[in-house]
Ligand binder design. Sequence first.
Ligand code: PMM
Length: 277
Amino acid sequence: MTRAVRPLIMGVVNVTPDSFSDGGRWLDPDAAIAHGLQLARQGADILDVGGESTRPGAARPPLEVERERVLPVVAGLTAEGLRVSVDTMRAEVAERALERGASLVNDVSGGLADPAMAPLVAEAGVPFVAMHWRAHSDRMDRHAVYDDVVGEVVAELRQRVDALLAAGLAEEQVIVDPGFGFSKNAEHNWALIKRLDAVVAMGHPVLVGTSRKRFLGRLDPSLPPDAEPTPPTERDAATAATSLLAAQHGVWGVRVHDVPGTRDALLVWEQVRRARG
Ligand code: PMM
């Protein structure tokens, strides 16, 4: 996969009742499609449609429910000529979404949750986001234990990539993602932001999803550690700042809820980069 001048912007279209920052807002398919169209107008390069909340503690929806949430929205957006990725851990949902024109599969479990995922994506030949993941959301916080978070995330991602290649995916199909907030506390997330170069050095395109995550809700070091975090919708400026840092590290894409803020941050980066030649 060729690397863009600036990172691609993946706009989040969550068709869920319970996502942490926008749960319930786009549950109606028409509202979700309208939201996706708006994100595209604002500059999103890809729309990431998901029907399962992965916030810590979330229970999984049944397969039929996920399918019903996701498929009409994928179909509605691809019918408008937009590039759509499907955010799912289920091969069946991915397969149906690809039939409806999705052109990328974003699996937060990197193929671990469903053994049918890797063979499906190998056969389809589409780009596949393999995120660093240790457990489903109802248990993931228990797995937030590391001696060296950067080294372990990179090593576990490498193992995952090797397993995907062994299952038949081509090298150039695989995009890696360190999985901010998934089995990671704030300290782990900050360590990963600082050392994104170690993830980029894996040699695969890198996707970064920090948008509105909890660690961006407690930025002021003068506040006591038990201070209430800022609400998720007030974390977009901090998200844009992390998008800029990710761009400096040479990532392939950033996954965000608020497209205009990140777009401006990336355009600033592009101007400076051009000026430097
Ligand atoms: N985060 C969420 C959902 N999907 N996919 C990738 N590749 N990376 C992420 O960090 C990621 C993801 C959770 O955030 P949301 O509930 O706001 O969508």
